[in-house]
Design a protein. Structure first.
Length: 278
């Protein structure tokens, strides 16, 4: 298995590829022979906006420490409602594993990183890596699965139904409309809620997970995240929540001391989980 020391520093090159027809992946490649651990990055944007460049600051920071990061585009609503992008992420995970050697990466180390709605998508895929609604896109010549070794989540939407109720209360019409455009029905929103998956007594995969979030997040209330963290632990999952005082939604997408601290926490979390696999 790849060895990872978060204190290491590498030059990073960037490659633009496709992991399926019409959908791009940006690979941040550390220089050297490796083998390196690897991550699939899933951007946010209320399931509707953004692209693979959204988490550039975090992706590059992690790659410079010796992690191959594959930041993916995916189908978005309203043209492609839930669960299309979860299926794309499921495929992207399998694609990276199947091609890991070409990036000097170790397929057994692949984890996930995501922010906001991207955090929702990669977490949902990780909790249900073998779900037939997510794994239906064939990857010819590969038997790789979509399990993830660990997750690094920035302000993730861990309960889209609770977030929907919150934005209704504060009158955020933009997020209300985009959430409805992605899930289409309240039943689908509840079905795709990771918190409600745990409450319903499903037996999902529970990869070790780090969540970073600001206490001034006006997009998802911190108590919703804390409730999910408690449920994840009760179900037997290893999860850590790091709160950043007075920081807003998306805070670690902008360079600064809080961003640096969030990336450092991610590096340390990754190092601990990767060392446990050796």
């Amino acid at each position: 298995m790849a060895k990872y020391d978060p204190e290491n520093r590498f030059e990073v090159s960037v490659k633009e590829l496709e992991y399926q027809d019409g959908l791009a992946v940006r690979v941040y490649q550390p220089a050297g022979a490796g083998p390196f651990p690897a991550l699939v990055d899933v951007h946010g944007g209320v399931w509707t906006n953004g692209d693979r460049s959204a988490n550039e600051v975090m992706d590059r920071g992690l790659a410079e420490s010796g992690i191959v990061v594959a930041a993916v585009d995916f189908r978005r609503s309203p043209d492609h409602p839930c669960p299309a992008q979860v299926a794309d992420v499921n495929l992207a995970i399998r694609w990276l594993k199947s091609r890991a050697a070409g990036f000097n990466a170790d397929a057994s180390t692949v984890g996930g990183i995501g922010g906001s709605s991207g955090g929702h998508t990669v977490l949902l895929s990780a909790m249900r890596p073998h779900h037939p609604d997510y794994g239906y896109i064939d990857l010819q010549g590969s038997d790789a699965d979509a399990t993830l070794k660990y997750l690094l989540l920035a302000w993730p939407i861990v309960d889209p139904y609770a977030r929907y109720r919150f934005v209704q209360e504060i009158g955020n019409d933009r997020i209300i409309g985009l959430s409805e455009g992605y899930f289409l029905t309240m039943d689908a929103m509840k079905e795709g809620s990771q918190f409600q998956i745990l409450q319903r007594g499903e037996k999902p995969a529970l990869p070790p997970t780090l969540i970073v979030q600001g206490t001034a997040d006006n997009n998802l209330p911190v108590p919703v995240t804390e409730q999910f963290v408690a449920a994840y632990r009760e179900a037997g999952g290893d999860i850590e929540l790091e709160l950043f005082p007075d920081m807003p939604h998306l805070f670690a997408n902008t360079p600064g001391p809080e961003c640096d601290q969030a990336i450092l926490l991610m590096k340390k979390f990754a190092a601990k989980r990767l060392s446990q696999g050796r």
